[in-house]
Design a protein around this ligand. Structure first.
Ligand SMILES: Cc1cc2nc3c(=O)[nH]c(=O)nc-3n(C[C@H](O)[C@H](O)[C@H](O)COP(=O)(O)OP(=O)(O)OC[C@H]3O[C@@H](n4cnc5c(N)ncnc54)[C@H](O)[C@@H]3O)c2cc1C
Length: 387
């Protein structure tokens, strides 16, 4: 078979697998390369749950993308015949000036999203599992929930294959080049050509995009699971997804967040929680994936103070990777020097919920060089302008 394709996708992870699915279902001849398994536990898409929220405190412009993301997750579930998104409500707690709460309220009001603002007494009555400080307030939205990342990436890949894509695992891309006549990708096994290239290399984006001029910092992040003293209180159906911003008080920094206990076919056993805050910078090839002193303490401090009913024995700790941009927002754009190359990187620890719609944007850019999706605020050029 010819080594010439319409589009080559580098990295069949969260965003790349989605792009392959979108392209293949449009009848585009697509070839995807992945350096590890599809899916895998060395990149950024493992750990059984990724929170999805609609009232986005980080930047209100994400809301339009999220609305579309929910629709495309539905499309994937229909195509794959299995559930990847679980909607069970989201409760975000902080001080009255916490960006988590004020930003969520702002986004909800701007986009007329169903929500409730709760005071401490409301939280204590409705969610007695939470022990929150006296002056905290909370935001609740029913549309929040979680996506199962391994299942989502596997479904994207399987449906891409069923729609005619070619996916090649354990074949790392060593180099690529672009010219007016197309793109060329080299691996240890061969040289491949296409009209266009999509690069979605996650924590390895610095190696794939030397000349991008966007500073990307990869950080080592951990996820933890514990067995609650009162498991019934934290079961799915009883307990929402949650986020708790008490920084910089009480020895906290960043936002602790977590999930209800999900059935064993969806998750590790136990109550999962983590800290959303870029941790130690690392190299994705040499990062220490063993448990370090301090990893458990990072979540134990939140358990003891705010979830005494869940403060039980440790069951698991996993290491995962964030790829952070200087402003914490994604980069989804055409390559500044090559019109036929599309880039998606720097998802800064909050990108998975968007994978369904990011793949659609990448497919638009990869197929016809433009998209109607509102991604202008995620351009690579925003960094050039400020430097
Ligand atoms: C601990 C943790 C918790 C998170 N929680 C949430 C959350 O609750 N909600 C949320 O929305 N997001 C969350 N995220 C963020 C989300 O998971 C990431 O933003 C998202 O997975 C990034 O997708 P990606 O496609 O850029 O990277 P990946 O999914 O890592 O995919 C990149 C792929 O490219 C491959 N690759 C790289 N270089 C090459 C090469 N040269 N050749 C071939 N293949 C290559 C890699 O092996 C990898 O499989 C979390 C992340 C972590 C680490």
């Amino acid at each position: 078979m010819s080594n010439r394709y319409d589009v080559i996708v580098v990295g069949v992870g969260s965003m790349g697998a989605s792009a392959c699915w979108h392209l293949a279902r449009r009848g585009v001849r697509v070839l995807g390369f992945e350096q590890f398994d599809i899916p895998n536990t060395r990149a950024s898409h493992h750990g059984f749950s990724r929170m999805i929220r609609l009232a986005y405190f980080e930047h209100p412009d994400y809301v339009a993308l999220l609305r579309r993301a929910y629709e495309v997750w539905d499309d994937l579930e229909r195509d794959a015949g299995q559930q990847v998104l679980h909607v069970n409500g989201g409760l975000y707690v902080g001080r009255p000036d916490s960006e988590l709460v004020t930003g969520s309220i702002e986004a909800a009001r701007a986009y007329d999203l169903p929500h409730e603002v709760l005071d401490r007494a409301d939280v204590a009555r409705r969610f007695p599992q939470f022990h929150v400080p006296d002056d905290s307030i909370a935001f609740y939205e029913t549309k929040a929930g979680f996506v199962v990342p391994e299942r989502a990436v596997a479904s994207f890949a399987e449906q891409a294959l069923r729609h005619g894509a070619t996916l090649r695992a354990h074949e790392p891309v060593e180099s690529w080049s672009a010219s007016d006549s197309g793109v060329c990708v080299r691996t240890a096994k061969g040289t491949y050509e296409a009209d266009r290239l999509v690069i979605a290399g996650g924590a390895w984006s610095n190696q794939l995009l030397h000349d991008l001029k966007v500073s990307l910092t990869v950080t080592r992040q951990t996820l933890a699971w514990v067995w609650p003293k009162r498991p019934d209180l934290f079961a799915m159906g009883t307990f929402p997804c949650w986020a708790l911003d008490l920084s910089p008080r009480d020895a906290f920094r960043g936002v602790h967040y977590g999930f209800p206990m999900a059935p064993p076919d969806l998750a590790n056993p136990g109550f999962k929680l983590a800290l959303h805050w870029p941790d130690e910078p690392c190299d994705p090839d040499t990062v220490d994936r063993d448990v370090q002193p301090g990893d458990e303490e990072q979540v134990r401090v939140a358990l003891k103070a705010h979830f005494p009913g869940a403060d039980g024995d440790l069951l698991a700790i996993r290491v995962c990777l964030y790829t952070n941009t200087p402003d914490g927002h994604f980069v989804i754009d055409r390559h500044p020097e090559h019109d036929n190359v599309t880039i998606a990187c720097g998802f800064s620890g909050h990108g998975f919920k968007f994978a369904s719609v990011v793949g659609e944007a990448l497919a638009d850019l990869g197929q016809r060089g433009e998209t109607d999706l509102p991604i202008g605020f995620l351009s690579a050029g925003r960094f050039a302008k400020t430097s």
